[in-house]
Design a protein around this ligand. Structure first.
Ligand code: R5P
Length: 259
């Protein structure tokens, strides 16, 4: 029997959680699936409330989160900065989570099993899903896959080297690959401000690429109108539904939900 988890909001906006049939979880291995973005703070807190209850009964808790928020601040680049990735992992661990499963996590270098501040993380990739979609788009035409930085080099044939000036500004993109007259699919884990992708498109145009399409796992799209701006500059834009999103032309691929 599945437990019914009721989540509602109190009039002041605070979350209320009730796990009905808690006894059905007695000594079971349980996987909790929850989207944590958008409204990351609220969703993280709701997840903690759910965990605070189910940990009383269960044997082992796995949490499956398609897009892990707060993962981008993964180190202290100047003294005094909070490392949100560690704080989130610690919170999950201290609430009884034994394993976190997620897709193309920003702070992990490749798919596989990792441990961060004591929490086991299974990082899955949907690079294959993105590449298959690009293949469908190009049909018989050949194409190259290129990542705009080394963070997602595992997804593509080539990866540029990116230097950032700030969260909003890309300083430089470098990396020699001959794209003259060739079709390219840019692959990235996240599109947030869109700065990285727009820079990569510009760089590839300069290098003489033919058709350019863009695929990303997580469409954060933090700036208004950014999907339209990217679409205007490339031949096709597609993301997955790890974050609920839509757009007139935007292609959204369904993620596998299997645990
Ligand atoms: C960075 O290392 C990631 O792989 C993405 O390229 C980055 O998070 C995208 O952010 P933005 O869209 O703000 O440039």
């Amino acid at each position: 029997m599945r437990p019914n988890i009721f989540i509602k909001q109190f009039p002041d906006g605070e979350s209320y959680v009730w796990v009905q049939n808690l006894r059905s979880l007695k000594n079971k291995n349980v996987t909790v699936y929850k989207r944590l973005y958008p409204d990351a703070e609220k969703n993280i807190f709701e997840l903690l409330l759910v965990l605070s209850v189910i940990r009383k009964a269960t044997k082992k808790i796995t949490v499956f989160v398609p897009y892990l928020p707060y993962a981008r601040q993964d180190r202290e680049s100047k003294p005094g900065e909070a490392v949100s990735a560690d704080v989130l992992c610690r919170l999950l661990k201290s609430h009884g989570v034994k394993k976190l499963i997620t897709y193309d996590c920003h702070f992990l270098p490749r798919p596989g099993k990792f441990t961060r501040v004591g929490l086991v993380i299974e990082n899955r990739t949907v690079g294959q899903l993105l590449r298959a979609h690009a293949k469908k788009y190009f049909g018989r035409e050949k194409f190259l896959t290129i990542s705009p930085d080394q963070g997602t080099a595992y997804m593509s044939h080539h990866a540029f080297h990116k230097t950032r000036r700030s969260a909003h500004k890309i300083h430089k993109m470098e990396g020699g690959v001959d794209v003259r007259g060739r079709n390219v699919c840019i692959l990235d884990d996240i599109i947030s401000t869109g700065g990285t992708i727009l820079h990569a498109i510009k760089h590839l145009r300069k290098l003489g690429a033919k058709k350019i399409i863009v695929g990303a796992v997580h469409g954060v799209f933090a700036l208004p109108d950014i999907t339209r701006k990217i679409e205007k500059n490339c031949d096709m834009l597609f993301v997955t539904d790890s974050i609920p999103t839509s757009g007139r032309k935007l292609k959204v691929l369904k993620l596998p939900r299997v645990v």
